[in-house]
Design a protein around this ligand. Structure first.
Ligand code: NAP
Length: 311
């Protein structure tokens, strides 16, 4: 049978775009499928300052564009579509979309992770009405206003720092007595006069009318609950890997795809990279590196398969 593509990459964040570039450069017929704009979470980063080679901060949007242009320049094709199913067959995969089914020898999954929700009263009701999961996208709407940031990881610290440039009133609540964030990012918020940090605090409810007006906060050290006025609430409490397309492959305890050092999953021919993969450190530079490794190993896998003349 004729297989359409050597590699199909599902998901066009920086990890997927890097895989597309390396796949195409290895002379593989490479297709990347992304349902939204390419770039993934990188698109939401303002002033990215830790990507090697850019001593001055670069806008995430610009970096994502450069990744895409580079992949396309080497011959990768980028398709805008939603993948609905990935099915391993003998020696190839079927990748289904609403209106078509394509085949490939290997699939590189780069579907990333979605923002975790607090699951508290008011969160769903006021989502988009003062509750946000992206400071770069929504922060400017609340310039000069009082903002609540929930979380204690890298994202919370990064985004709170961004918001502190828009207002002098950022309150940050974290459920424990210390941040999980890298020290360099945590220091940015602890030394910031516009950010008030409240450790051992949890958000219990968001209230409002047509938009957010207040939050109910719980001090878990004092065991006391109080309500405070806020104009916006930004939630950064981690993420949930997007693995619905691959129920058949092995995951770790918290649902991220397990791979070997080649980014190969437990399913022959399926590779996983970026935020969907079990990894100790989720960074753009790590995702880009994983994309390169996956494309390299996928190329060897495809060569071996073709040697066995499945087509
Ligand atoms: P994360 O590292 O998993 O941190 C999540 C934070 O949210 C933790 O502080 C956690 O508290 C808290 N949390 C989780 N569930 C909660 C709940 N139900 N209620 C209240 N708080 C809750 O997630 P992240 O900050 O989104 O980062 C994700 C990955 O991206 C990380 O690997 C990170 O390194 C990377 N990242 C890097 C950068 C950068 O380098 N500039 C920026 C953003 C993200 P506990 O601490 O108590 O567990």
């Amino acid at each position: 049978m004729k297989v359409d593509w050597d590699i199909i990459i599902v998901g066009g964040g920086t990890a997927g775009l890097s895989a597309a570039q390396y796949g195409a450069r290895a002379n593989l017929k490479t297709l990347l499928i992304e349902e939204m704009a390419t770039g993934g979470l990188t698109l939401t980063i303002s002033g990215l300052e830790n990507y090697p080679g850019f001593p001055e901060p670069i806008e995430g949007y610009e970096l994502a564009q450069r990744f895409t242009q580079q992949a396309e320049r080497f011959g990768a094709e980028v398709m805008s579509a939603t993948v609905t199913k990935i099915e391993p067959k003998k020696g190839y995969f079927e990748v289904s979309m609403d209106d078509k089914v394509l085949t490939s020898y290997a699939v590189i999954l780069s579907t990333g992770a979605q923002h975790r929700k607090l699951d508290i009263p008011g969160e769903e009701e006021f989502s988009g009405k003062g509750i946000s999961y992206c400071a770069t996208c929504d922060g400017p709407f609340f310039k000069g206003k009082k903002m609540l940031v929930v979380g204690g990881g890298d994202a919370a610290c990064d985004e709170a720092t961004f918001l502190s440039n828009l207002t002098e009133q950022v309150v940050m609540v974290h459920r424990r007595d210390r941040f999980r964030a890298q020290p360099s990012l945590a220091e940015r918020v602890t030394n910031n006069k516009n950010i008030e940090i409240r450790y051992n605090h949890e958000a219990k409810e968001i209230k409002g009318d047509s938009q957010v007006r207040s939050a109910v906060l719980y001090d878990n050290k004092k065991d006391s609950t109080y309500e405070e006025e806020f104009d916006a609430v930004f939630i950064f409490i981690g993420s949930i890997p997007q693995t619905d397309l691959v129920p058949f492959t092995d995951k770790d305890d918290v649902g991220y795809i397990k791979t070997d050092q080649c980014m190969a999953s437990s399913t022959p021919g399926l590779f996983a990279i970026g935020d969907v993969r079990a990894t100790p450190f989720r960074q753009i530079v790590v995702g880009a590196g994983e994309g390169a490794v996956a494309a390299h190993c996928a190329s060897q896998y495809v060569d071996e398969l073709k040697g066995q003349s499945y087509d």
